[in-house]
Ligand binder design. Sequence first.
Ligand code: PGA
Length: 256
Amino acid sequence: MRRFLIAGNWKMNCGPADAAELLEGLKENKAEVADEVDVLVCPPFVSLSMSVNYLHDTDIQVGAQNLHFEDNGAYTGEVSASMLVEAGCAYVIIGHSERREYFGETDETVNKKVKKALSADLVPVICCGETLDQRKAGDHFDLVKTQITAAFAGLSADEALDTVVAYEPIWAIGTGETASPEQAQEMHAHLRSVLADLYDEDTAEGIRILYGGSMKPGNAEELLGQKDVDGGLIGGASLKADSFAEVITIAEKLSA
Ligand code: PGA
């Protein structure tokens, strides 16, 4: 069985002071995480270093929400992979739908960023997912296949094994609406078959596929209980220490 990864995507929330408060609450609610579950928080850039320091005595890891694919130079406002590593990050979210929609992220930039992250030993959490219109039109399977095929272009099987995929139906992000466990499983199985076509069955089996989109304590058990759902990328519910801790506990129980 694949290890669950429970990841919090804080988005543009929590500067250092709020981050300290949230992490303090998380430590109170979840003093120890079971060995079988990986936990990750992804604060905004300015809160990364303090989060790493704050969590140094825990098993909770820290990731960023974006990076630039160049090493350094005249890219005002951007942050490089090596800077994230220096700040203590282990993961980086790449190609979140909000970045694709508001900041011009494309399948091509996602691919460049994935390669850069891997070369710096950061685990990329590669996001894909469809809008409601695309789902209604029946295009969702083809769309995520295109996104994933582009994101993995040029990656060897060994490199692919160092990545995480996150399926996030855009219509379920921050809306309170969730994909049903059946919809999630159906898409995750599809993603796994896309990965098996790109590589092989073993590689596809070894890549964790997270579900994201209004995951919370009330629906986490059903979603995480699906065969091909290997964790969650959690926005809103990760901003409340007790909710996030509860989802981690659910993953622990399912792993036991
Ligand atoms: P949500 O966000 O849990 O608030 O829907 C998930 C995400 O966008 O990663």
